[in-house]
Ligand binder design. Structure first.
Ligand code: NDP
Length: 242
């Protein structure tokens, strides 16, 4: 897909991986819709517009505002070409201490939120007979992780959801793929203690955390390559190699 002049919605793009993706798509000439539950900072919008593209911020919670979010995108840009389901949360606890609410809330944002946005985006993409959906999972969807039963379940669900959507949407030239990052240096991992980080690095063949920009480069690849659908691309410094 040629990204120049296309419209890209990235959920959870006020910081971290989502913010890096917004810059990367803007650099390619795409118009950007930023999103988070809190209002987007004006400096972030100004930084993206410096690439000569249009950019708006849409406040919304992926668990309940998907329809309004897509309506705002279509009202402003008249089209939606790339949807990146990036909004995600963690609520780590050992299974033995995990409440049903801990489990359900993580599933609600990560998995149901992704479902909600895909559901609202498919109709306009089907009408266009073109579209690209990128869903953020995680390497723990492939491996499991201590203390992350809720998060791993939500991210594994995203892989099954993606493959099903990829099969349903392919005849209308709408593609759906997964990015599965490993340990990336963002607010989500900055909460880890130095001891845990040092331990984790020994499990990464490339011996470092990834940068948000490196995940963004992989998103651009998935968006541009029109013969890719139903795939899971791990961007993890070699952690999983599957
Ligand atoms: P951050 O915590 O840095 O950012 C998360 C973003 O999501 C924020 O903009 C946040 O803004 C937004 N958000 C959270 N909940 C909602 C919601 N219900 N509706 C809309 N926006 C929401 O996360 P990362 O950048 O680290 O992660 C991005 C994605 O990559 C996530 O899906 C994560 O699971 C995945 N990932 C990250 C890894 C890492 O190592 N960092 C590894 C593997 C996967 P606000 O709170 O204002 O709404």
């Amino acid at each position: 897909m040629e990204l120049q002049g296309k419209t890209v919605l990235i959920t959870g793009s006020s910081r971290g991986i989502g913010a890096a993706m917004a810059l990367a798509f803007a650099e390619k000439g795409a118009n950007i819709v930023l999103n988070s539950r809190r209002p987007i900072a004006m400096q972030q919008i100004v930084r993206i517009k410096a690439y000569g593209v249009d950019c708006i911020g849409v406040v919304g919670d992926v668990t309940k505002d998907a329809a309004a979010m897509i309506d705002s995108v279509l009202a402003h840009f008249g089209q939606l070409d790339v949807l990146v389901n990036n909004a995600g949360v963690t609520a780590d606890k050992l299974m033995i201490r995990m409440s049903t609410a801990d489990f359900e809330q993580t599933l609600q944002t990560n998995l149901v939120g992704t479902f909600n946005l895909i559901k609202q985006s498919l109709r306009p993409m089907f009408k266009q007979r073109a579209g690209c959906i990128i869903n953020l999972a995680s390497v723990v969807a492939l491996t499991g992780n201590i203390g992350q039963a809720n998060y791993a379940a939500s991210k594994a669900g995203i892989i099954g959801l993606t493959k099903s959507v990829a099969r349903e949407a392919a005849l209308r030239q709408v593609r759906c793929n997964v990015l599965a990052p490993g340990m990336i240096d963002t607010a989500m991992t900055q909460v880890l203690s130095e001891k845990v980080k040092t331990q984790v690095i020994t499990e990464i063949p490339l011996r470092r955390f990834g940068q948000p920009k490196e995940v963004a480069q992989a998103a651009i690849f998935l968006a541009e390559n029109e013969y890719l659908t139903g795939q899971t691309l791990a961007i993890d410094g070699g952690m999983t190699m599957c």
